[in-house]
Design a protein around this ligand. Structure first.
Ligand SMILES: Cc1cc2nc3c(=O)[nH]c(=O)nc-3n(C[C@H](O)[C@H](O)[C@H](O)COP(=O)(O)OP(=O)(O)OC[C@H]3O[C@@H](n4cnc5c(N)ncnc54)[C@H](O)[C@@H]3O)c2cc1C
Ligand code: FES
Ligand code: FES
Length: 480
């Protein structure tokens, strides 16, 4: 007997449940707001998640969040309409009451807006962050919150001042109870099965149903946060055909400790996944902060990053160095595969048609091991890596390297380990001789490409220099 489904998209918006049908499931929330609803406060800048002009906030049920609703800033230019199903949407039009909200008031009073094009996006990033805070961010925290918002004319100093000063005004927090009530009733409805011509969006609620759907329609595209997939529509102008969303499957969002290591559901947001990884491996703090931006990390998932397998992706070198493995499922059959064996070639993975990534398992750190990860890019925040390196070394009590995992993004067609450089370290102390041999071997492990981000020579030298930094820090016992 098939499970009942529902044909319309329903979400909480401006004080009521909105029901949508007869619209392409590949229409973005940004276009719907501006073109269909005439709500032009939310701006379009880049259309690819880079500028933050389109930032909105999404509310979803979460028993650990205030009043049971978790609020997160996301980029509406990359969000497909059906991704709103079962959620609450807040735009800049919702922020001001009879008076400006404190974050708006502070932006005005501190002259933090000139042409104003970017301002709604800044307002929404600050507003979403404000709701969950009990006190002002410091400037570093504010910079991190706003790292996905670009301003071309005002300059960031007054904007950061405003982010902090918003807390000098009488507090105005959102009453999330009406949204919570609506979201609870939406959660009780059958799962969404949306059709518009040949375009479909299935949003099963259980892992079994997801695995079954993907197996029965292996040609359908799996979609998670759409921070990669969305660009294929907004920039590639592609029709993605049938889509199967992992977004409504709560089991896939679970992150839990497992035998001293971590089980991270493929549908966990990048933010949640990195939070767990940083707790286990504090050496990842900087890389986690520099991965994309808060709105991209709120929408994007770890499973999407791994499954997409971009040669310049940042989580893969980290997971390769940590010895992670993948849990994959096709129909009723589940298998486990070391991440080492997943990437076969450019945009080619060991994932079979109709197979889904269920989880990423990270083993516990080996006692006596050292771990480091560094991202090298032109900008500090919101940039794609030229090179990303992640390294795990295990030493015996005499200081001899017994295991080495040196993993890189940006040096090959896939994220990959450096077997020859690793071979130069194992069985030796990590001294200058071993370092020189490993640096030299790295040149044999990889033949990097020249592209708009970096030249081949630059990439090679940067990778070698990361090994030098690794040796300097590890031998000095320096903190990450
Ligand atoms: C502005 C911007 C900045 C970015 N910065 C970075 C960065 O700094 N570092 C970095 O590494 N990446 C970055 N990205 C890329 C992107 O955010 C990540 O790759 C993200 O993790 C993709 O996850 P998603 O959930 O959005 O995947 P989606 O876009 O939904 O899907 C990506 C791919 O994975 C497949 N897929 C997703 N989930 C599953 C699953 N469970 N099983 C099987 N297949 C699945 C999809 O079919 C698709 O092929 C950036 C993107 C943007 C737009
Ligand atoms: S329009 Fe630039 S991030 Fe969406
Ligand atoms: S105020 Fe003009 S872009 Fe920011």
């Amino acid at each position: 007997m098939s499970t009942p489904t529902r044909a319309d998209i329903r979400f909480w918006f401006q004080g009521e449940v909105v029901s949508l049908s007869g619209i392409s499931p590949q229409k973005t929330v940004l276009r719907w707001l501006r073109e269909d609803r005439g709500l032009t406060g939310t701006k379009e800048g880049c259309g690819e998640g880079d500028c933050g002009a389109c930032t909105v906030a999404l509310g979803s049920l979460d028993p650990t969040a205030p009043q049971g609703v978790r609020l997160r800033a996301v980029n509406s230019c990359l969000l497909f309409l059906p991704a709103l199903d079962g959620k609450a949407l807040f735009t800049v039009e919702d922020v001001a009451g009879a008076d400006l909200h404190p974050v708006q008031r502070a932006l005005v009073d501190l002259h933090a807006s000139q042409c104003g094009f970017c301002t709604p996006g800044f307002v929404m990033s600050l507003w979403a962050d404000y709701q969950d805070r009990s006190g002002p961010p410091d400037r570093a925290e504010a910079a991190s919150v706003l790292s996905g918002n670009l301003c071309r004319c005002t300059g960031y100093r007054p904007i950061l001042d405003a982010a902090v000063a918003a807390w000098d005004y009488p507090p105005v927090k959102l009453d999330r109870q009406p949204a919570a009530q609506a979201l609870r009733s939406l959660a009780a409805l059958p799962a969404l099965s949306y059709r518009h011509g040949e375009q479909t969006w299935e949003a099963p609620r259980s892992l079994d149903a997801l695995a079954d759907l993907a197996d029965r329609d292996p040609g359908a595209r799996i979609v998670a946060g759409a921070t990669d997939v969305g660009l294929w529509v907004t920039k590639g102008l592609r029709d993605l055909g049938p889509l199967i969303s992992v977004g409504a499957v709560d089991e896939l969002k679970q992150i839990r400790p497992e035998n001293g290591g971590l089980w991270m559901g493929a549908g966990a947001s990048l933010n949640d996944a990195f939070e767990a990884l940083v707790r286990a491996f504090p050496e990842l703090t900087e890389l986690a902060d520099r991965f994309a931006s808060p709105p991209v990390r709120n929408a994007g998932t770890l499973g999407g990053n791994v499954a997409n397998g971009s040669p310049i992706g940042d989580s893969m070198p980290v997971l390769l160095a940590l010895g992670a493995s993948l849990v994959l499922r096709k129909g009723a059959v589940t298998r486990q595969l070391p991440l080492d064996e997943f990437y076969l070639g450019y945009q080619k993975t060991a994932r079979q048609p109709g197979e889904i990534v269920v989880a990423i398992r990270v083993p516990p750190a080996v006692p006596g091991s050292a771990f480091r990860a560094w991202k090298v890019s032109k900008r500090r925040a919101q940039d794609i890596s030229a090179v990303c390196g992640a390294f795990s070394l295990v030493f015996d009590p005499r200081g001899t390297v017994t295991q080495a995992r040196l993993a890189f993004g940006g040096l090959a067609a896939v994220p990959a380990r450096a077997p020859q450089a690793e071979g130069c370290l194992v069985g030796h102390p990590f001294d200058d001789v071993a370092l020189a041999a490993a640096r030299e071997a790295l040149g044999r492990d990889f033949s990097p490409l020249t592209d708009g981000r970096a030249t081949a020579d630059y990439r090679r030298v940067v990778a070698q220099n990361l090994l030098t930094r690794l040796q300097a820090e590890v031998s000095a016992g320096a903190p990450a």
